[in-house]
Unconditional design. Structure first.
Lengths: 127, 127, 127, 127
């Protein structure tokens, strides 16, 4: 999951704006899940959605226009209703730009908590 | 409709990023319509939505961090299925930053074109 | 610090996109500081900038199109080189939408850590 | 220049938010120029920047979460101080989503108009 930094990612401080990293994280965990055969769109057909309930992120070094960053994603925890991802973002010089952790909860279409569907649990437990 | 410019509006060129002006325009025309008693949410209950089908914008002068910009909105045209808005964006020194024009079309929930509901037509024709 | 939710804040899940809350937090802490007489622009003239080094946010309840949210900001910690803000975001029904914490560090124009300028320390210590 | 659509591109209408297309256009014309050997960063070292002075875009069909869109970019006009790009955005079914046109002007670091540097003129005239 590599992303090149364009003007739209940056702010007038000359670096990537802090909120935009959360977009990179969304992309990275989506690709991580799809790679395992889990598609958000399929979940929704099962009346299930994964929503972010907590985000932590440490900004260690700035990313600049023209840089290419890479998000390394791993599954750090899984329970009956929650999934936790950890990430390390590095730049083209392998320097750590940021580390982060996302906790997601499974909800139904009314945004009420529910158990993660069995076949998803199964896939995730095998990772 | 006044907006203060924060870091999240700008890019590493030091000015407001060109796409972000379209967010200001959305806010301005929403307020313009609500001021006349037209609420997007109510339209949706009537199986109607207004979607942007064309946008033109001329960037005349940059806006900077800390500036306060004002969007002046007017209704420039209305037909059975379309509405056209014109805007002038000025900064705190009354300098014109940008002029723009948005054409919106009425669609149903399947995104198929439909006539603008009668009571909305009526309100808009009185402006 | 109140903000109305427009289309540009939301995603296809029908709620405010998780990264966009960090824009509300930027706006809220900027207003908090300006209210005390601290302006980011003035800091920069003193070769000082405040950069976010850590962000935590708990998403407790979704915010929807048309909602009006309010960010309540407080200064939770201050050291020689760092400032910590805490926030509670509520909606128009006084329901807590989110709680968050930002740690900022003072850096010079080369993004190297430096002490927070004395007059800023003074203002912040009086809050 | 292909882009997959994630949640952060969409809005609560269920489709890609109209302003976000301008980010795709920025990415596409940057890649178009870099492919020809023109780098924004190098221009800036020559006290030259290309700023958008006019944007037109027609939204013909919506793009949805999970779609993959492609921006086809061409150089439609070039003068001593301006460059004009045209684009067609298609989805994974080769359906035209949008057509657009961007006019850029060359400016110096004080945002004053200037001639496009000679070697850039040369490269562009050969396309």
């Amino acid at each position: 999951m590599k992303t090149k930094i364009y003007y739209h990612h940056t702010d007038c401080g000359g670096v990537v704006y802090y909120a935009n990293y959360l977009k990179f994280l969304e992309e990275a965990r989506t690709e991580f899940l799809e790679d395992k055969g889990i598609f958000i769109k399929e979940l929704i057909k099962n009346d299930s959605a994964l929503v972010v309930i907590r985000q932590e992120i440490d900004y260690k070094s700035p990313a600049f226009y023209g840089d290419t960053i890479e998000v390394k994603t791993s599954l750090s925890n899984i329970s009956r209703t929650k999934i936790e991802f950890e990430y390390r973002i590095i730049n083209q010089h392998a320097k750590t730009i940021s580390t982060a952790k996302t906790t997601m909860a499974c909800v139904n279409s009314n945004l009420k908590p529910k158990a993660i569907p069995g076949h998803i649990q199964e896939i995730l437990s095998r990772i």
